[in-house]
Design a protein around this ligand. Structure first.
Ligand code: AMP
Length: 273
């Protein structure tokens, strides 16, 4: 495995490779969720590039940029064992200059849900993803369905800006008790870890209701809120896969999303139905 930190060196290297490139952008502290993206990239491409970059522009003031989990050595081992060809490990100063061109998320879809409590978050995400895609120029880029709104906005950016990369959404990997894997789960105390299960439980309950033909969005959301009550819920939404509001669940075209704070940790989860 090659480790490269200079963006232009990576760009030059890849330009000459002429291979089908699969790209997995991450912020490190890798877990099984990231590994599943890497595995899919490995299966579908000749060359696999993983980036580890904790992108400062997607964090708001007061968020966990400085304390974001860092496991560089373990991450390198994981990448090596997962068959990654190139690990891109840039420094912030090589990605961002002083007076920067940047992208703005779409007015509606970028500023609801996650974007409502974190207004500049998706501007930062889209800007860094655009930069990373331009450096790597992959055939396929892999993103988790766990970050459903992020995946939706990146797909939208690629379509609206006529980019040629193919965006692949990968299913959420969970702990055996249902908690969606996340680098931020390491922040949870034992009690919080237990409380966090209310998030996946609320989604399982919604799935069960839908299987029993209860499709009314209001009824499902109310039941989910009951389960989530002990947590500080930021949103519970049931939307179409294009992120439009629904009155009734449309099986095959629905995403149910939850964002809740467990202690100080914000956790996201969703199911695609
Ligand atoms: P992050 O390092 O948290 O920015 O995540 C990097 C990529 O991994 C993003 O595309 C995430 O959506 C994806 N990801 C994070 N957690 C999971 C998970 N539990 N299952 C599948 N993909 C995930």
């Amino acid at each position: 495995m090659k480790i490269i930190s200079a963006p232009l060196a990576l760009k030059e290297y890849l330009k000459n490779s002429k291979k089908r490139v699969g790209f997995v952008p991450t912020m490190g502290a890798l877990h099984e969720g990231h590994i599943s993206l890497i595995k899919q990239a490995r299966e579908q491409n000749e060359l696999v590039v993983v980036s580890i970059f904790v992108n400062p522009t997607q964090f708001l003031k007061g968020e966990d940029l400085d304390s974001y989990p860092k496991k560089d050595e373990a991450d390198k081992k994981i990448c090596e064992l997962s068959g990654v060809d190139i690990l891109f490990f840039p420094h912030a100063k090589d990605i961002y200059g002083e007076d920067e061109v940047s992208l703005v998320a779409p007015n509606i879809r970028g500023f609801v849900l996650e974007g409502s409590s974190r207004p500049s978050h998706f501007n930062g995400v889209l800007t860094v993803v655009m930069k990373l895609l331009n450096i790597v120029q992959p055939t396929n880029a892999y993103f988790g369905k766990k970050d459903a709104q992020q995946l939706n906005l990146i797909s939208l950016m690629v379509k609206q800006l006529f980019m040629s990369v193919n965006i692949v959404g990968v299913d959420t990997v969970r702990e055996s008790d249902g908690l969606a894997m996340s680098s931020r789960n390491t922040y949870l105390s034992l009690q919080e870890r237990e409380d966090s299960l209310k998030i996946s439980s609320s989604l399982y309950e919604a799935t069960k209701m839908i299987r029993n033909s209860i499709l009314d969005v209001k009824i499902i959301k109310n039941r989910m809120r009951e389960i989530l009550r002990p947590l500080e819920v930021e949103y519970v939404e049931i939307l179409s896969r294009e992120f439009e509001y629904l009155w009734h669940v449309e099986v095959g075209n629905t995403v149910i999303l939850v964002e809740a704070k467990v202690g100080k940790t914000r956790l996201l989860d969703n199911v695609w139905l």
